[in-house]
Structure formats: C-alpha cells, structure tokens
Write a protein that binds this ligand. Structure first.
Ligand code: ADP
Ligand code: ZN
Length: 667
C-alpha cells in the first residue's frame, strides 16, 4: 500500500480478513502509527521490503467504490521517477481522501451515460450556428480522426490569435463526447476559465467540471468522485487536474501550451504540459497543444515531425492581425506628455494621441505594464538605500500605502524616515507600476471609465468574472493590466493596445527571457482588433533594435523562433540539451554553503555532463532561507546521475535539497 505521505516506499498489510485480496488500485484504509490513513494498493513495488507476516497489521476497510485506474497508477509512478519525488507525495496530489470519507455508501458503478435528451437537443441547436472556414474545417477533421483512432499523438494546433483554435478543438471535444470518452482541458490560469466555460456552455448546453485551487472543498470532492465514476465527461482545469482519476480519458488539450505558469515551482516541481504529454502516452490517446506562440520546445518537435502540425493562418471572419509599431523611448521629443507639476508621464506622446483618438471613437484601450504595485522600489533620496524585505533578498515593492514583498508576501507600512540614514521625508517611489499608471490615466483621461486588472486589485474568480463581463459589455473604456490580461481573452471592441515598457523581462540570466517576452507581447498584441475594427499596437521600448522587437513589428514569429533556436543549439540549451537544477536551502547560511561545497566534492563521473555550482542563487534568501544552486547540463537525462550523486551523501539536518528537472526558473 502506498500512502499519501512523502515516503518513497510501500507498506505491507494483512488482508486475510478480506474476502479476496484487494487488487492493485483498490483504495484502502490502513493503520499507520496512531492514525488511520487512506492509501492505495500498489502493483508490486521493488522498493518495499515485506515485513514478517506476524507483525502485519490488518487493513481497516476497503473503499467499495471504483479503484484508481491502472493508467493513473502508471502515471504517478512515472512522475515520481522523473521528478525524483517520493511516490507517496505524488499520490497525495491524486488521492482526494476527503471525498472518500464522505462517500460511505458509494453508488454502484455506472456505465458512462449518454447525454440527457435535453442536453442533446440543445447541443444540436447550437451546433448549427458554427460554420467552420475551410482551414478550420480541415484542422477539425484531422483532430476528429485522431479522436477516432484513440492512439497516442501529439498535435500542435498552431493558429494566430483569434483564428478559432478553441472553436476547432471544440469539434474534437464533441467527437469525444459522442464516443462516451472523457476529455481534459488544461488552461494556464483560473481567470481564463470564466470565458472558456461560458463558451463551452453556449456550445454544448451543459457545464464542464472545473478543477482548480479556487474551488470549495465540497465542490472538489464532488468533482473528484464524479470523475472517478466516469460521470464527469469534460474537465477543465489548472495543471493539478492532471492527477485526476479518469477511467476513460479519450483526449487532452493543453491550451496556451507555451504559458510559463504550467510549470509548478513549489512542492512537487513539474511541467504541466510535459506531464500531460506523458499522461496521454500512457493512455494511448491524442493530445492537442494549442497556441499562437508555441514554445521553442514544441515548435522544434513539430519541425522534427515528432508532433503533428495543424495550422490556422488567418483570423476568423476576415479580422486582420493588429498593426504593431514601435515607439523609441530614447528620443526625448517623444516624451512630452506632462502630468501635474510638470512630471513626465509613462505614456509617450504618440501613444497618448492614439489613446485619445480611440476613446473618441468609443473603442476600448488596453494599457499593458507587467509590473504589479505602484513602483518597484522605495529609495532614499539622501543615501540611496532601497528598502529590502526583512526575510528575502529583494527590495519591497511600493503599493502606495504599504510596502509588499512579492516573494514572501511580507507587508509593512511605508516608513516616514529612511531606515538607514534616518532622514525624514526622503523616500521616493521609483520606477513604473500599474497602480502609478492608473493614477496617470485618471489624470490624463478623466472621462474614461477605467479598470485595473492585477492580482492585487482582483482576488478570486468572482471579481475577475465581473470585470470581464463589464469589459465585454463595454462598461469599461480603458483597461490597465499586468500579464493577467495578456492571455486568451476575446474583447471585440478592443482596438488599441499600448505596451508601456516592452523591455521588461529581457534582462537577467534566464535563457528563455527573449522567448518569454516575445510570447507575452504577441499575446497582449493579440487582444486587439479581434472583430471588425482593425487593431493597433504601440510598443514603447528603449531597445527598438532588439530581435524580439524587430520580430514583433515584422510579425515574423517563425524567423524569431528559428534564430532563437540556433542560439540555443550553440549553447546546448533546451530543446538541444537538458537541464536539471539542484537547490539547497536552509536557515543557516554557512550550513547551506557548506553542504554545497561538500556535494561538489562528491560528484560522480560526469560523462558528457557539465555541472555548474555551487553558487548562491540570484534570489539568495527567500522567507529567511538561504539558497545555493547547482545546474546540470547534458544531452541525456540526469536522474541516474543525480541519484548516484546524492545517495553517497548525508544531507545536514537543517538543509533541504530540491531537484528541478527541466528548470524554467533560474532565480
Ligand atoms: P483563438 O482560440 O484562436 O484565439 P477563438 O476560438 O477564441 O480563437 O476565436 C475567436 C473568435 O472568433 C471567437 O469569438 C469565436 O467564437 C469566433 N469564431 C471562430 N471561428 C468561428 C466560426 N467558424 N464561426 C463563428 N465564429 C467563430
Ligand atoms: Zn519577503
């Protein structure tokens, strides 16, 4: 029995009191120390050493509902091995024990029901309203053929923003529904599910099952059970939905597959998209990766014919792609917009003019600035001190009335004097933030109805849903947002996008910095002009010659990806090489450093591998924990190497080791 605890091995129990020995996948309650825990009977596990029969404790009870499907068990084993995580820790993500407790008298296993008649007829009614374009139709037919074939295939649905990708994979969904199969759709952000669910309901006449962290425990229990029982046929959710117990999964969709938030960085570190592909392979089913800006990894795999490629080159209904123009912020003459007291605005003159014209025409404007808060720094004018977080090695972000740490959430009131030189009234808020931008907008366009969309101003899906509705209903003229607004939304009246600082995100040592910036800005640009009116994007930059900016203006995504690809190849970076990171952390600085130096002495033979470090992490302290990193680069996987490396070492008590396979975060 594997228990949902961070333990790598199985435990043996006495099943002689049961009528028959429980099969693998059976959910059982067993004694563990003084507790009674739910666990799962695992297929034979070499890591378990069977204890002598006399000492075995009996199983408390057997859950009479469905067993965990063997595909899920294989998946859990695979993820555990790949991420080098104890299998019990992965099981914990998959087993919803609260749902088991409530389900004392489980229903008899039901066959997958066909849709109720009312739903069926509503779907018939809806279906007629969509006529696919020839492009869309060809893609939809190919997808449907894959659903029919029910074999493992990775399909990249590569279509410009607004080309109808959702519409196309809805066709595949419909086919899966007709076949009585379950479908899983992964979206990168909960906020995005609101519009998605609305569209789904309009099209299919019933609600999909949702799965994300914002659900109440009761709704989670219900969802988990109905998925296990095969009743929930369409599940839409965040990456954690990957671990749900589907007995009849027929297809997986990863929408916005390039999105960095598919990577889980805490607890079990895994990439949702990559693991979704593994799950589809285990089930032997097709998986659709949809994006207007595929990740370099996916693009590369499609070019190498490892993935099938379906392309949608045009926007729906003749809507054209937005015109993207650069505004060179280095030219002084361009910054003539003045605020109260003569201060320069974050908005340049050409952008200002475009905003006024757009508002005049009663169309909507989106101003994008990927910086939460009022200002990224609070600086002392006298001594230059930046107020840091007491627990992290980062400056506190100025949120006007208070200072906030974006790493650990620490809040403090804004001091009146500099904590370093004790001078009064010398602290200034330095740099751009969306809240400052909102102030400027209120001053420059007093009659516009504006809204600010950032994780600090909106909490929970209800407030997001409300704002989205307001924008759709054109109750908002001007929207200011962080990356939260960049993805997936469809606002037909939005015609102007202003990017306040296109260069954010290009600096730093992240090998994916350019790619990410390109994706993010393309996505933001893609919010404009999605209906009749042409969209216009003004991109403010201090680096107008940067390849990212040039590619955006030229609208040449593939050229950009090819250049980026050459660079990665030259350095042996993904997708041409594989990375793994080892992060050591602990409260005691010298203990962590010592552990790193010790490990460096114990390196096994490298065999075509490069190992860098130990080096202090760029975010050297988070939540009071000191951090050191190793980075491993190789053409092959490094699990075996890391296993060998760590097995001969006893980690000091106060130090934690995290393994990050295929890291996306180098901080
Ligand atoms: P994408 O996912 O590629 O950004 P969407 O699927 O959101 O594109 O499509 C953009 C808009 O165009 C949506 O409002 C969608 O309903 C509409 N649309 C796309 N294709 C069709 C079609 N064949 N018939 C009617 N509306 C369509
Ligand atoms: Zn902090």
């Amino acid at each position: 029995v594997i228990l949902p605890l961070p333990l790598p091995h199985a435990f043996s129990y006495d099943a002689s009191a049961q009528e028959t020995c429980p099969e693998p996948g059976t959910i059982v309650q067993v004694p563990f120390g003084k507790q009674a825990l739910w666990g799962v009977v695992w297929p034979s596990n070499p890591a378990s050493s069977p204890a002598p029969t006399s000492t075995l404790k009996p199983i408390h009870q057997v859950y009479e509902g469905e067993k965990l499907p063997p595909t899920l068990i294989s998946f859990i084993d695979w993820v555990a091995r790949y991420t080098m995580t104890p299998v019990g820790k992965i099981l914990k993500m998959a087993l919803h024990t609260k749902a088991l407790l409530r389900d004392k008298k489980p229903k008899r296993q039901k066959k997958l029901a066909s849709l109720p008649d009312s739903e069926q007829s509503r779907r018939e009614a809806q279906r007629q309203s969509v006529t696919l374009s020839p492009d869309q139709d060809a893609a939809a037919e190919a997808l449907k053929a894959s659903i029919d074939a029910q074999k493992f295939d990775v399909i990249l649905l590569d279509g410009v923003t607004g080309s109808g990708k959702t519409e196309v994979y809805f066709e595949a969904l419909e086919r899966a529904l007709d076949q009585g199969l379950q479908s899983l759709i992964l979206l990168p952000e909960i906020a995005l599910t609101t519009q998605w669910i609305q569209r789904f309901q309009d099209r299919f006449g019933f609600s999909p099952t949702q799965w994300h962290s914002d659900l109440t425990p009761a709704r989670k229990e219900e969802a988990w059970r109905s998925i296990l029982q095969g009743e929930a046929r369409v599940v839409v959710g965040a990456r954690s939905a990957l671990f749900l117990p589907f007995p009849r999964l027929g297809m997986v969709v990863v929408d916005e597959e390039h999105d960095p938030s598919f990577k889980q960085e805490e607890g079990v570190i895994y990439h949702g998209r990559d693991m979704a592909i593994v799950r589809a392979r285990i089930h032997g089913i097709p998986i659709i990766l949809a994006s207007a800006t595929p990740s370099l990894e996916t693009f590369h795999n499609a070019q190498q014919d490892r993935y099938k490629l379906l392309k949608l080159s045009n926007r729906h209904a003749g809507a054209s792609l937005p015109l993207i123009q650069l505004i060179d912020l280095r030219q002084e003459a361009i910054n003539t917009v003045r605020l109260q007291g003569g201060k320069k605005s974050l908005i340049s003159s050409p952008l200002h003019q475009a905003i006024e014209e757009t508002l005049e025409k009663k169309q909507q404007v989106l101003l994008f600035l990927n910086r939460r808060g009022f200002a990224p720094l609070t600086l002392c004018k006298k001594c230059g001190h930046r107020i840091p977080c007491p627990y992290c090695s980062v400056p506190l972000v100025d949120h006007r009335h208070r200072l906030l740490c974006h790493q650990c959430g620490h809040k403090s009131p804004k001091p009146t004097a500099c904590p370093q030189c004790h001078e009064e009234d010398c602290l200034i808020s330095w740099g751009p933030g969306v809240e400052r931008l909102a102030d400027e907008v209120a001053y420059l366009y007093p009659h516009a109805r504006t809204a600010l969309m950032s994780s600090d101003t909106l909490s929970g899906s209800a407030s997001i849903r409300q704002l989205i509705q307001q924008i759709q209903d054109r109750e908002i003229d001007l929207l200011i947002g962080t990356q939260m607004i960049a993805k997936g939304y469809h606002f037909p009246s939005l015609t102007l996008v202003g990017v306040i600082d296109g260069d954010l995100g290009l600096s730093g040592g992240d090998p994916r910095a350019s790619e990410r910036t390109f994706h993010l800005l393309s996505q933001v640009a893609g919010r404009s002009g999605r209906a009749q009116e042409k969209g216009h994007v003004l991109l403010q930059s201090h680096m107008p010659d940067h390849p990212v900016m040039q590619a955006l203006v030229a609208g040449n995504r593939d050229l950009f990806l090819s250049l980026e690809s050459q660079e990665r190849q030259a350095y042996g970076l993904p997708p041409y090489g594989r990375l793994a990171a080892l992060i050591l952390s602990g409260k005691n600085a010298w203990e962590v450093e010592g552990a790193g130096r010790q490990l460096a002495q114990l390196l096994p033979p490298l065999e075509e591998r490069e190992v860098w470090g130990p080096a202090p992490a760029p975010l050297h302290v988070i939540r009071g924990r000191h951090r050191w990193r190793f980075l491993i680069k190789s053409t092959q996987s490094s699990q075996g190497f890391i296993h060998q490396w760590l097995s001969g070492w006893s980690c000091p008590k106060g130090v934690q080791v995290q393994i990050d396979m295929d890291p996306y975060n180098f901080l």
